[in-house]
Design a binder for this molecule. Structure first.
Ligand code: TXA
Ligand code: MG
Length: 320
């Protein structure tokens, strides 16, 4: 049964609904999340259902501060220091879970993903409630993540009563996931926290980043993901028969002179990878509104957030 979905910025309303076991979409600095009470199995089931998400793909749990994280996970002293240094911010820590976290949240894994998001409204919300929030990105499984409230309403409208509107997400791509549950920290997903800065802050080197998409470390890192409804091709994999076809493109900073300008979307005219990340998912959605047969994808320079952007673009161009 579909419900009426309201968009607003009333933190109290959001808190009240969540307290009753309902789902609320929440803004974060990275992307919008589809949140429910992480300690309530029935709320967590609603999240999986609304997203059509397979049960093997665990959810990240959002809390207000490291003290709240300690209730859910076993956190060694050095990791707590990292957490204090890097949060609130676009990073998720994988840690050994405590028994209070339902197995449904972690898909049966002995670890839980903990995130302290840097968004004023959501931090206010977390201060209002006495439970943590399980929240995957607020999109149907396999689709592009939402970076504003309308994106959520377009795709999940009718499946939740409230979208807490916190404006456009300033980072625009999901959090960087680091597994700190073992001896050596490893990166499971590139994301909004730049790797170089993480290495510097943590005083470690991530030399064995295994981000293979066929054998994902984070169960949700499937080969084909972030898929808009338009067919996307890397330039070197483009179909040969382009004659008579309307071809669009996602470009880093300059138009492709061989294509119609109106069919192209520029990620950052100034060539800034942060701005490109901010615009990435919105641009993939904009492609859908164009009258094109398919679109070409230009990868961005591998610096700053460039690697994380290219990771998303690679998955978005993967053949299904
Ligand atoms: O920025 C973000 O992280 C956003 C916002 C809403 O916080 N959330 C997000 O959630 O991107 P989601 O569910 O779309 O992606 C979370 C990823 C999935 O690939 C999942 O498999 C992985 O994190 N993950 C969650 N718990 C895990 C665990 N215990 N071990 C390994 N991977 C885990
Ligand atoms: Mg997601």
């Amino acid at each position: 049964m579909d419900v009426q979905t309201e968009i607003g910025s009333d933190v109290y309303r959001a808190a009240e609904l969540l307290g009753k076991g309902e789902l609320v979409a929440i803004p974060t600095e990275t992307v919008y999340g589809l949140a429910g009470n992480a300690l309530s199995s029935s709320s967590v089931i609603k999240i999986f259902e609304a997203k059509n998400r397979p049960a093997f793909d665990p959810l990240i749990v959002h809390v207000a501060n490291p003290a709240a994280a300690k209730v859910l996970a076993t956190i060694p002293a050095h990791v707590e220091k990292w957490m204090e240094m890097m949060t609130p911010g676009p990073v998720t820590f994988i840690l050994p879970k405590k028994a209070v976290v339902p197995d449904l949240v972690t898909s049966g894994h002995p670890t839980v993903g903990i995130r302290i998001p840097n968004h004023k409204l959501t931090l206010e919300l977390l201060a209002q409630i006495d439970f943590p929030l399980a929240a995957p990105s607020a999109n149907p499984f396999g689709y592009v993540s939402p970076t504003n409230a309308n994106h959520v309403a377009d795709q999940l409208g009718g499946k939740l009563p409230y979208i807490l509107n916190g404006g456009e997400c300033p980072v625009g791509i999901e959090s960087t996931i680091i597994d700190v549950s073992g001896k050596k920290p490893t990166v499971l997903r590139l994301g909004g926290f730049e790797l170089e800065e993480l290495e510097q802050k943590m005083g470690v080197e991530f030399n064995d980043i295994r981000l293979s998409s066929s054998q994902p470390n984070a169960p949700g890192m499937l080969h084909s993901h972030y898929a808009p409804k338009v067919k996307l091709y890397a330039y070197d994999e483009a179909p040969m028969d382009s004659i008579g076809k309307n071809v669009g493109a996602i470009r880093f900073k300059e138009y492709d002179a061989n294509l119609i300008k109106e069919n192209q979307i520029i990620l950052s005219e100034s060539g800034n990878t942060r701005e490109a990340a901010q615009n990435l998912f919105k641009s993939l959605r904009q492609l859908e509104a164009l009258d094109i047969d398919y679109a070409l994808v230009e990868f961005v320079p591998q610096k700053g957030l460039g690697k994380a952007i290219n990771d998303r673009l690679t998955r978005a161009t993967a053949r299904r």
